[in-house]
Design a protein around this ligand. Sequence first.
Ligand SMILES: Nc1ncnc2c1ncn2[C@@H]1O[C@H](COP(=O)(O)OP(=O)(O)OP(=O)(O)O)[C@@H](O)[C@H]1O
Ligand SMILES: [Mg+2]
Length: 289
Amino acid sequence: MATEKRSLETEPGIEKTETDAGICPENQYSGNSGNEIVRFENLTREFNGKRAVDGINLSVREGEFFGFLGPNGAGKSTTINMAVGLLRPTSGRIRIFDKDPYEEPLKVKASIGVVPEEPSLYERLTGLEALTFSGRIYGLDPGTVKGRARDLLRWLELEEAAGTLIVDYSRGMKRKLSLGSALIHRPRLLFLDEPFTGIDPIALKNIKEVLKKMVAEGMTIFFSSHIMELVERLCTRIAILHRGQLFAVGTLTEMRQSLGLPESATLEDVFIRTVGETAHDGKASWLTS
Ligand SMILES: Nc1ncnc2c1ncn2[C@@H]1O[C@H](COP(=O)(O)OP(=O)(O)OP(=O)(O)O)[C@@H](O)[C@H]1O
Ligand SMILES: [Mg+2]
């Protein structure tokens, strides 16, 4: 089905588009306080001729806790991988701290931290060695790395496993270590792609509090997750991606208003309304009959 797009000219230089089914209102880009540090312009990525990310325009400002939502296969990880310099766009433009991550990769990578969807850790290192390696790669001196690695291991409740090979870590332990590796250089911008899978509730509470504090102190977080309650509680602004296109960007209040939903509507209500609540109706009915 062809989707007709129309332009939403609300920010100079960025042409925002919406599909017929989308809900992007003109007042959605309300996060105007900090400097713009992430900018996507008509960002597109194709795989085998099929558009996984389809011309998205988005900007994120310093100090935002930005939620990036979408159903499975919407293009979230593809977008994040492009933004952090792991996957070249087919077309469009990315600016991170006003730099292109493919033209100035070292400068961009020095200021960002990434927790990828699948932790990519050197499994034959111990947790302590992995953190030390990350810190040294980011150019920290050995003394600083030692202190920070010890603090991170304590914070992430991995102290006892500091000398254990990562290959012997549980899934949640690997996630935590991946978060530690992404934070050791105290990045100004953190990309989190489903970072909390497998993390226990006590550790999660602890991690959430620290992330919130870091944002309060000026860090920016670009956070992709399927856990609606978490995004609702943590994020100051949210984007909903569907079939590679942005269907909504704004605060939860703005999204409720543009959908005509009451104040009591949750992010889950907004999400389901936006991406289509009937998408799975009637499928595989033999499972329940
Ligand atoms: N390396 C690849 N080769 C071919 N197709 C790919 C590749 N990576 C992603 N895709 C396709 O691109 C689309 C978007 O995938 P992506 O991983 O970005 O989705 P997502 O929003 O992160 O989903 P999820 O919530 O399941 O993590 C999917 O249709 C996927 O099959
Ligand atoms: Mg993904």
